[in-house]
Design a binder for this molecule. Sequence first.
Ligand code: JB8
Length: 283
Amino acid sequence: MRIDVVTIFPEYLRPLDVSLVGKARARGQLDVRVHDLRRWTHDRHHTVDDTPYGGGPGMVMKPEPWGEALDEVLGTPAGAEPADAEPAVTGPELPTIVVPTPSGRPFTQELAQRLSTLPWLVFTPARYEGIDRRVVEEYAARYPLHEVSVGDYVLAGGEAPVLVMVEAIARLLPGVLGNAESHRDDSFAPGPMAALLEGPVYTKPPRWRDREVPEVLTSGHHGRVARWRRDEALRRTSQHRPELIERCDPESLDRHDLAVLAELGWCLDRDGRFGRGSVDVEE
Ligand code: JB8
């Protein structure tokens, strides 16, 4: 996979040089190219922002540097093309543009999986109040383009979201994690365990500061271990993400799951969905 990032803070992307993503790059599994947007400015101050039309606080990123940068990175000629010209970019190498923005669609494990199957992603992290809308419209008309939010909080720019998304995508690429099994138990991975948070994990020593590892994990009973892990996952999900229980398919649960959820105050309503009855068992 090839990934381009266009940013006014190329140094912010340095974490892509280390750890999982850095190693995938060193192994040739991932080709990451970070570009400084100011390369495509022409004034002595390398201006990338201007005041917003209509007034209001903050600044908006000017369209011209983004247009020149994206035309070059995406491999299209900067000028207008004749209507009958061959498209400069075609076939399996068609890039997909990802625009981080708090007003985008949520970045989920499902979107990470879909993006991980594509050959070429181009990220456009902005600063200030964002990029002039016409840039997004222009490139959405020419390429697949997704405006994506990594969560309901406001950052100062899209670079940290790019780090988040690239890591989530890179670890899904074939051969980047040790073995294919590594993905199966991920919280949010599709499958029977879908949308349950993972429970606690332990390692040696068996007693640390008077705290013991739960006995079941050292018992050697694989069936009891699996059941205990699932109970813990249900408890944790109930506590931290009750909406995941509310929208889960009760058909995907066994009798023991239903008993654990009942203990946590969940009951099936008339249309076969979970609700927390009238009993409040929080905390
Ligand atoms: C300017 O909070 B965020 C986010 C915030 C931003 C930009 C992109 C993303 C661009 N501010 O996800």
